[in-house]
Design a protein around this ligand. Structure first.
Ligand SMILES: Nc1ncnc2c1ncn2[C@@H]1O[C@H](COP(=O)(O)OP(=O)(O)OP(=O)(O)O)[C@@H](O)[C@H]1O
Ligand SMILES: [Mg+2]
Length: 325
């Protein structure tokens, strides 16, 4: 079996809010293998973006920190690196497509400049060579007339084109790992399908590992091999995608699946999991999902359920589903 390119072990991220420490991500472990896409899913506020920013070491150091755990890239622990060392990793080893494509493209620079900057920096080539690589990359992400695109500004592009440019920038230095945070959420369904296809084929061609972050299980089903379901800063279920879709174990995963429009068979109103994700820092003695769970018992209120491993790829954080009620 191939070596994991990225091993996240027991990662904890805290926010510092008015001198109080607020845990936002707790004890998160994920292994990622070359050529595979893993999905990180969960509702808004579960800690998905916080996790990705922690991996990239892009958390705001004024109010957030990795308080525990390790993030190993080929055996090197990223949590121990200096900012200078991290700059050599970002873009080259691990790239990220951010949740807000418009804010992560600089409005005052041409697409060409934004693409070539990283290529010159990481590959040590001349501006001219960088331009050739950039045009090549734009072709790879199916942008018509890439020479003209090089001279365009972000505001001149449609949402789908901007997202292709973001992917081109992220992949321009052949990273080993791509983190894509809600890469298709802002796009209409047809363009979304095209971008997912594109990510799939580039992953295979470049043998990248991809971490796909989304609240949309439909998107995960399209492109992921394994899924990590996150709730209130914790992994609550891990599974191969088919197992998760056919036999979701955690009541939260079941709720997410029932909320998918094409799965819902209960009438003309779409299912919604009642209640909301608790805010980080909310005191909860037992299971964090208890308030929203139809199977909640006294035990669930008293103690936090551990993440129980059921087989190689399957684990669940629920007394009932793990058979330890
Ligand atoms: N700098 C911060 N300080 C304090 N709390 C924060 C900070 N950044 C995020 N949070 C909180 O941490 C929780 C997790 O946020 P995060 O952005 O990681 O969620 P998410 O799963 O990416 O959600 P979405 O699907 O909306 O993008 C949220 O409750 C958010 O309000
Ligand atoms: Mg997010």
């Amino acid at each position: 079996m191939a070596e994991a390119v990225l091993k996240i072990k027991n990662l904890c991220v805290d926010f510092l809010d008015d001198h109080t420490i607020v845990p936002a991500v707790s004890d998160l472990s994920i292994d990622i293998f070359p050529g595979e896409t893993v999905g990180l899913v969960g509702e808004s506020g579960c800690g998905k973006s916080t996790t990705s920013l922690a991996i990239m070491r892009l958390l705001d150091t004024n109010n957030a920190r990795i308080s525990k755990g390790s993030i190993e890239l080929h055996g090197q622990d990223l949590t121990k690196l200096s900012e200078k060392e991290m700059q050599r990793i970002r873009g080259k080893e691990i790239s990220m497509i951010f949740q807000e494509p418009m804010t992560s493209l600089n409005p005052v620079y041409t697409i060409g400049r934004q693409l070539t900057e990283g290529i010159v920096l990481h590959q040590g080539v001349s501006q001219k060579e960088a331009e050739t690589i950039a045009i090549d990359m734009l072709q790879k992400v199916d942008i018509p007339r890439p020479e003209i695109m090089m001279k365009s500004y972000p505001f001149e592009l449609s949402g789908g084109m901007r997202q292709r440019v973001m992917i081109a920038i992220a992949l321009s230095c052949n990273p080993k790992i791509l983190i894509a945070d809600e890469p298709t959420t802002a796009l209409d369904v047809t363009v979304q399908a095209q971008i997912l296809d594109l990510m799939n084929s580039l992953r295979d061609e470049l043998q990248m590992a991809v971490i796909l972050i989304t609240h949309d299980l439909g998107v995960v089903a399209e492109i992921c091999k394994y899924v990590y379901v996150m709730y209130a800063g914790q992994i609550v279920e891990t599974a191969a995608i088919d197992d998760l879709l056919n036999d979701p174990l955690h009541p939260y995963t079941q709720g997410l699946l029932n909320s998918m429009p094409d799965r819902w068979q209960g009438g003309d109103r779409l299912y919604n999991i009642p209640g909301t994700v608790p805010l980080p820092g909310t005191e909860i003695k037992g299971c964090k999902f208890a308030d929203r769970c139809e199977y909640c018992t006294e035990k669930c209120r008293q103690a936090p359920p551990p993440l129980v491993r059921l087989d190689e790829h399957r684990s669940v954080r629920c007394f009932r589903s793990a058979g330890t009620q």
